[in-house]
Ligand binder design. Structure first.
Ligand SMILES: [Zn+2]
Length: 274
C-alpha cells in the first residue's frame, strides 16, 4: 500500500538521486519529516504525525487506517511504534508482544499493529478488531500466527474466541459476554424467509446494529418484515446497538435471561408428555 510517505532509500530505488530529492524538497513536492523520511502530496496527516514523532503509525491508529472497526471511544491518541531513537512527546508509545519488527514502513502491517494493540486495547476490543479484519478478509488467523514467531498463551486464547462471521462490534461484544456466561450462542444463522440473523440463543434472535447505524426507510421496512417472519416462525427477537452493549449491558442481559428462561420453560412444556 502506498501511504505517500517514503524513506530516502525507497526514493532512490525509484530512480531519484540526492540532487532530485533536494530539489523536490525545495519545490515543496517532498516534505521532510525527519532525517531519511519524506511525505509527498496525498500523505495522511495521521501517518505524517507518527513518522514526524520518530516512529511509524501502529497499533490502534494503524487498525483504524486499514478500515478495521475500533469503537469510537477506544484508545484515544496517536499510537506510534517508535524507532530506536524516536521521541515520545505527545504520542502513545506502543510495543508489540514477541520480537520487535523493523520500523521501515510508515504504517505497520496488520500483524505488528495487532501485536501492539493487544497491549493497548481490552481483550474484548481486540477480539472485535480481529473479527472485523477477518470479516473484511484483510487477514486470516493463520497469517497472523505465521507472522508472530512467539504467541503468548493469552493471545492464543483470545484468537480462539474470534469469529470472522461477526458483522459488527456490537455482535462481537454481545457474543463474547454471553458465551463467557455459559450461553450457547450461534452466529450468523440462516433462517428461512427471514435471512441471516446475527446471534441466536435457543429460540431467541439477537439482532445487533453497528455503532452509529441509522437505517433508511427501506432498511427499516426490511427489518419489520424480518421481525414478522421471525415471529411467524416462533422466534423471539430483540434488537440491540453498541450503546446498549456499552452503557446498558446489565439491563440487556436481564432481558435476555428473562426471555431465554421463558423460552426454556415453553420448550419444556411443549415436549413434556401429558
Ligand atoms: Zn497502542
Amino acid at each position: 500500500m502506498d501511504w505517500h510517505v517514503y524513506r530516502t532509500k525507497q526514493l532512490k530505488a525509484r530512480g531519484s538521486t540526492d540532487w532530485d530529492i533536494r530539489k523536490a524538497t525545495q519545490r515543496g513536492d517532498l516534505n521532510p519529516l525527519r532525517p531519511g523520511w519524506y511525505a509527498a502530496a496525498g500523505a495522511d496527516p495521521t501517518v505524517v504525525a507518527a513518522v514526524r514523532a520518530g516512529g511509524v503509525l501502529s497499533c490502534v491508529s494503524a487498525l483504524r487506517m486499514y478500515g478495521i472497526w475500533v469503537a469510537k471511544n477506544c484508545c484515544p491518541g496517536l499510537h506510534v511504534r517508535l524507532s530506536r531513537h524516536g521521541e515520545t512527546a505527545g504520542v502513545r508509545r506502543c510495543h508489540p508482544f514477541g520480537p520487535v519488527p523493523p520500523t521501515d514502513q510508515p504504517v505497520d502491517a496488520l500483524p505488528a499493529a495487532f501485536a501492539c494493540a493487544y497491549h493497548c486495547m481490552s481483550t474484548e476490543e481486540w477480539i472485535a478488531a480481529v473479527d472485523s479484519a477477518l470479516n473484511r478478509r484483510l487477514v486470516t488467523v493463520d497469517e497472523l500466527l505465521a507472522a508472530w514467531p512467539h504467541v503468548p498463551s493469552e493471545v492464543r486464547r483470545a484468537l480462539d474466541r474470534t469469529n470472522g462471521r461477526a458483522e459488527s462490534g456490537t455482535e462481537t461484544f454481545a457474543r463474547l459476554r454471553l458465551q463467557s456466561l455459559g450461553f450457547r450462542v450461534h452466529c450468523q444463522v440462516y433462517i428461512p424467509k427471514v435471512g441471516r440473523v446475527d446471534l441466536v440463543i435457543g429460540r431467541l434472535i439477537i439482532e445487533c446494529d453497528s455503532e452509529g447505524y441509522h437505517s433508511s426507510p427501506r432498511q427499516r421496512r426490511n427489518d419489520y418484515r424480518r421481525d414478522r417472519w421471525s415471529q411467524i416462525g416462533g422466534w423471539l427477537v430483540i434488537r440491540i446497538d453498541f450503546v446498549d452493549v456499552l452503557n446498558h449491558w446489565p439491563e440487556v442481559l436481564a432481558e435476555i435471561r428473562a426471555i431465554t428462561r421463558v423460552d426454556r420453560h415453553r420448550r419444556r412444556t411443549r415436549i413434556a408428555p401429558r
